[in-house]
Design a protein around this ligand. Structure first.
Ligand SMILES: Cc1cc2nc3c(=O)[nH]c(=O)nc-3n(C[C@H](O)[C@H](O)[C@H](O)COP(=O)(O)OP(=O)(O)OC[C@H]3O[C@@H](n4cnc5c(N)ncnc54)[C@H](O)[C@@H]3O)c2cc1C
Length: 530
């Protein structure tokens, strides 16, 4: 049975950063469910927020982040993220990440919503691709790191001693041959990213099915703040799309460079919603578009990029320019059709400032984790930063806790019959994604949440029976996780009877600090407002 010092689940920025740092202390195995580069990280466009500008300071970045987080940021997590971020960004640069430089030879700093200063370090508009490329190159061929592609973690292996649960590793499916093996590990690090695929429209690629959060929840870890789902206001509107296809993102940096939202008649509407107009926080912009579309009955809004000019646009945003061209969007009119889509999950496995979950020897960072750094709303480009900082911290803390891997039980192939009813999976996948989009989206209500809960329970029952009856396949594992994720989002949203940050409900449209200025914690089906 395979065993290792550090088992890393996921190969985005969090998993790879952790792996490279942990490899200084022991053997690392990375399991990743597709090719090693396939991750949300790979698609990040805008950049990494970090204080480098001469007119900027750590206190400015901290203040912006806390302001954006709508009263729920953990100030200590914000301070750690903001202060330790710049050095880690410099490490990336030394590793070969080709960040865009300005004419004076310094880092070119972009501006995005919610940030009061220019502080977005970027590689043109394909920052994530560049970071992923460099990190993957460094891990490949590293003498202490083994990378297992097409290996999907199914469940954590735990040991219970009274109240205390320890993580001993994970069961992992080799998706090319259907074999499942137990991987025993001294430390297990969850870095499976977010779960945008739980919504019908999302910027996230197909890997983003919330596996780490669902696995940790099943194992007994505390999950926090799942109601705070960020909808990116501007993804390219396309009249037709395929199931699982991710919505093409039009980065916030486009508005940072002068792009302005308008309706089809050219009427600019953002100044009616927020003093910062087009550079208001994302939730405000997403709700404004949602409200404009509901009022007008139109299917999309437009981003007017005419003030940027086509040449500059093409140079600054080559990836977006090409993406629009591939989708036959005529940019000569200076208008990009846009709609909101699910983008980022602020909630996740609750960790402390060192990436520790409340299961012993189980650590997490990146979009899977909830450190409290984003509070109720994440500022643009703070997520790559958070993943970097807390993955590095987790590697440091977990190396002190490292112990020899334990003996574990092999996987028990209970349902070993191949299913002939695959339609159950595809049908229910679509049903969950549609249900979440329609009932648990940008604007929520008590009635819609109650209806979503009822419908999801029926689907969950069907999937549970199916899961234990047939041979485990990757799409079934992911669907099971998406159902758990949907349930966690609905339960957390239902328990927060106020509107704050990314959670907006028309039945409780005011912020209520007296009752709800606290995290929503959920553990084994029990909601606890800490
Ligand atoms: C289009 C887009 C643009 C973005 N732009 C920005 C930006 O400009 N700035 C910013 O800060 N943030 C941005 N974000 C958010 C940011 O990219 C993510 O939050 C961040 O990359 C998450 O990193 P991660 O390492 O936690 O997860 P990911 O990068 O998503 O990596 C998760 C990894 O886990 C693997 N995995 C998942 N489940 C399993 C399993 N069961 N078993 C094995 N492996 C598994 C995946 O295959 C993948 O390798 C953007 C996101 C998107 C989608």
């Amino acid at each position: 049975m395979p065993s290792t010092d550090f088992l890393v689940i996921g190969s985005g920025i969090a998993g790879l950063t952790f792996a490279l740092k942990a490899a200084e202390h022991g053997k690392v195995t990375i399991v990743t469910k597709k090719d090693d580069t396939e991750s949300n990280t790979n698609y990040a466009q805008g950049g990494v927020a970090a204080v480098f500008g001469s007119d900027d300071g750590l206190e400015d970045h901290i203040r912006d982040t806390i302001e954006g987080g709508a009263g729920l940021c953990n100030p200590e997590a914000v301070r750690a993220m903001v202060s330790e971020g710049p050095a880690l960004v410099q490490e990336l640069s030394q590793m070969g990440v080709g960040f865009t430089m300005n004419t004076q030879g310094g880092l070119d700093l972009g501006k995005e919503g919610g940030h009061s200063k220019r502080r977005i370090v970027h590689a043109k508009d394909y920052t994530g691709f560049e970071i992923e490329r460099a990190l993957v190159a460094k891990t490949r061929g590293h003498s202490n790191i083994t990378v297992l592609e097409h290996h999907l973690a199914i469940d954590l292996i735990t040991d219970r001693q009274g109240e205390r649960i320890s993580c001993l590793g994970a069961y992992v499916l080799d998706t090319r041959n259907g074999e499942i093996e137990g991987h025993s590990a001294g430390i297990t690090f969850l870095a499976t990213g977010g779960g945008g695929q739980v919504y019908l429209h999302t910027t996230n690629p197909a890997i983003a099915t919330g596996d780490g959060i669902a696995m940790a929840y099943r194992a007994g870890a505390t999950i926090a703040n799942m109601e705070f789902v960020q909808f990116h206001p501007t993804t390219l509107y396309q009249s037709s799309f395929e199931e699982n296809e991710r919505s093409f993102l039009i980065s916030e940096a486009v508005r940072g460079e002068g792009g302005v939202l308008c309706d089809k008649s050219g009427r600019r509407f953002m100044s009616g919603y927020h003093p910062k107009a087009d550079l208001a926080p994302r939730d405000v912009v997403a709700r404004a578009i949602d409200s404009e579309l509901k009022a007008s009955g139109e299917i999309c809004a437009f981003l007017d990029i005419s003030s940027i000019g086509q040449d500059k646009f093409q140079k600054r945003f080559p990836n977006i320019f090409q993406g629009c061209q591939q989708r036959v969007i005529d940019l000569s009119r200076g208008l990009i059709p846009v709609v909101p889509a699910a983008h980022y999950l602020c909630g996740g496995v609750r960790t402390d400032l060192w990436g520790r979950s409340d299961i012993k020897r189980l650590y997490s960072a990146g979009e899977t984790a909830c450190t409290g750094a984003h509070g109720a709303n994440r500022l643009a480009s703070n997520s790559l930063l958070e993943a970097l900082v807390f993955a590095a911290r987790a590697a440091q803390a977990s190396s002190d806790e490292l112990k020899s891997p334990d003996n574990i039980q092999p996987w028990d192939y209970v349902g070993s019959v191949q299913s002939r009813e695959r339609v159950v999976v595809s049908h229910n996948l679509h049903a969950v994604r549609l249900l979440m989009w329609n009932y648990v989206g940008i604007v929520r209500s008590d009635t819609r949440l109650a209806m979503a809960k009822k419908r999801l329970q029926a689907i969950a029952g069907e999937i549970r029976d199916y899961y234990w009856k047939y041979r485990v396949t990757a799409d079934l594992v992911e669907l099971r996780n998406l159902v758990s994720l949907a349930g966690l989002i609905i339960d957390c949203a239902d328990s927060r009877q106020e509107s704050r940050g990314l959670h907006y409900t028309q039945d409780h449209s005011e912020r209520d600090d007296r009752h709800f200025r606290r995290d929503t914690l959920i553990n084994s089906g029990r909601i606890n407002l800490s």
